[in-house]
Design a protein around this ligand. Structure first.
Ligand code: RTP
Length: 148
């Protein structure tokens, strides 16, 4: 089963949107198997955004991210990487359609409230970066649990 890293960034936390974001993924039918609030070190933030190291906003983005809090989540489900990205909307909220998380809940690219892994390969790396294996809990939904 596919897994991905979804995170509520500090602006999302400050705006009280943790529950709203979790709700959207739960209601869609995905399974939350890892959840923690962290104040990342600057090194961890730099590592997380390493692919953007040549962008002019890299330093500011890492500083902003490391200020925390950052709610890291591992979600599991069929096609979760692509569907999670579709649910988020575009990087720039101005380009995001209504109905998406960024299209409904934010305005500025530098305050776009949510992070989501952008490919299966990235998802594997990011889940391993933010979670120890023992922090991921496998469980069955009531639809999967049989009674006698
Ligand atoms: P994320 O990694 O946070 O899920 O976002 P993303 O894939 O949609 O976008 P990415 O290109 O990876 O950019 C990472 C984050 O950097 C900030 N950003 N600022 N022009 C700018 O000032 C600018 N462009 C990107 C955003 O917070 C974006 O989510």
């Amino acid at each position: 089963m596919e897994r991905t890293l979804i995170a509520v960034k500090s602006d999302g936390v400050q705006r009280g949107l943790i529950g709203e974001i979790i709700k959207r993924f739960e209601h869609r039918g995905f399974k939350l198997i890892g959840l923690k609030m962290v104040k990342p070190t600057e090194d961890l933030a730099k590592h997380h955004y390493i692919d953007l190291k040549d962008k002019p906003f890299y330093a500011g983005l890492c500083k902003f991210t490391s200020a925390g809090p950052f709610v890291a989540m591992c979600w599991e489900g069929q096609n979760i990487v692509k569907m999670g990205r579709d649910m988020m909307g575009e990087t720039n909220p101005a380009d995001s359609k209504p109905g998406t998380i960024r299209g409904d809940l934010c305005v500025q690219v530098g305050r776009n409230i949510i992070h989501g892994s952008d490919s299966l390969e990235t998802a594997k790396k990011e889940v391993a970066l933010w979670f120890k294996p023992e922090e991921l809990i496998e469980w069955k939904s009531c639809a999967e649990v049989y009674t006698y």
